[in-house]
Each structure stands twice: as C-alpha cells, then as structure tokens.
Design a binder for this molecule. Sequence first.
Ligand SMILES: [Zn+2]
Length: 65
Amino acid sequence: MAARLCVFCRRHPVQPAWQPFCSERCKLQDLARWADGTYRVAAEPIDDADGDVDVDVDDDKNLKI
Ligand SMILES: [Zn+2]
C-alpha cells in the first residue's frame, strides 16, 4: 500500500495518529486556516450569497414549525 500524503502540506506521508495529516503541526495549522476563514474565502468568493441562502433556510424551518 502506498503511503498517502498529508492533506495539508502534501509533502509528508500521513501518520495514523494524525490522519489525514502527517503531524500534529499540520493538523493544527489546518484547523487554524478553517477558523481564520482562509478556506472559505478561497473556495467561496461570493460570501453574501451564501449568507442569504442560510437565512432563507432558517426562515423556512421557522414557518413549518
Ligand atoms: Zn503535513
């Protein structure tokens, strides 16, 4: 079986204790990027539209209940 590469740095093999990362450091850095919003900004440039959808879904649920 070929070793998978860390999903964060994509340079080091994944360690079972930290999968899908190669180390605690990469895992923490990945979490930090999520908390920072770096991934969202990169993946979803239109942040306003996403917020509107969330609000609409919430309103719909409230009406049904
Ligand atoms: Zn890594």
